[in-house]
Design a protein around this ligand. Structure first.
Ligand SMILES: [Fe+2]
Ligand SMILES: [Fe+2]
Length: 252
């Protein structure tokens, strides 16, 4: 099974750039299933029903979220209607929405989303234990864990903790791709951060002037999605042949 995992889709720029590139990527990498993180799809804050439908039309079969899971209220309706969305499993009271099984022919892929706790400043349950418990409880042929976390150490630690599962642990949230894609000792595919899909000329998705102003004055400014060139960051995960490959595309 070959899965494309797309890193944090940020704003309309991210949605449109994915749409323009996805068919070619699917063909080139012989993709069976597409999973995408869309926690920033609505102007940086959460997801809407419209964006959800747009992504489904592109052939995305499951959407993962992160610390911005609940930034847009429409997520409540989507979850109530059993949309193919997972929110971090360790959000207190949202454990049942933290994983999802997707069928491909006679195989099942389980997609799990969890949030890191280091530098996150949120009330969260233990991501390591919760992810491991659900994997031990729910059987699937393949597992894909999107660990949405700030600290590289926490992500690598979860990778080793889960090493041996038939599938992958991929990191998201920092919006900057790392170059450490690897196959862990017991065969699990791993990367610390996939990177983001959205504006290229900005500070992790936001207009650079706004972020500079925040750092220079100490006053928080309203975020606006950066204009200009766009980028797409993803990974191709070949679970059967134990291969992970980075896909980094940017506009000239
Ligand atoms: Fe993000
Ligand atoms: Fe995030």
């Amino acid at each position: 099974m070959r899965v494309l995992f797309v890193g944090d889709i940020y704003g309309e720029e991210g949605v449109s750039f994915l749409k323009e590139n996805i068919e070619e990527i699917k063909k080139k990498y012989k993709i069976n299933l597409v999973v995408a993180n869309a926690e920033n799809a609505c102007n940086g804050y959460g997801i809407t029903t419209k964006i959800y439908k747009d992504l489904m039309k592109m052939g995305v079969c499951a959407i993962t979220m992160g610390n911005h899971a609940f930034s847009n209220k429409e997520i409540d309706t989507l979850l109530a209607e059993n949309a193919n969305i997972v929110v971090p499993i360790n959000f207190p009271t949202y454990a049942k929405n933290g994983y999802l099984k997707v069928k491909y022919n006679d195989k099942t892929l389980m997609v799990i989303n969890a949030l890191g706790r280091v530098y996150m400043n949120m009330a969260l349950d233990c991501p390591l234990r919760m992810v491991k418990e659900i994997i031990e409880k729910e059987k699937a042929d393949y597992y894909l864990v999107d660990f949405h976390a700030e600290a590289t150490s926490e992500k690598k630690a979860l990778g080793y903790y889960l090493d041996g599962i038939n599938g992958a642990v991929v990191g998201t949230h920092t919006h900057i791709p790392t170059a450490d894609e690897t196959v862990l000792d017991n065969g699990t595919l791993y990367i610390t951060d996939v990177g983001m899909t959205g504006p290229y000329d900005g500070v992790i998705g936001v207009e650079k002037e706004i972020v500079l102003e925040t750092f220079l004055t100490g006053r928080k400014q309203k975020h606006i999605v950066a204009k200009g060139r766009r980028q797409l960051n993803a990974v191709m995960l070949d679970f059967d042949n134990k291969k992970i490959e980075r896909i980094n595309i940017k506009e000239n």
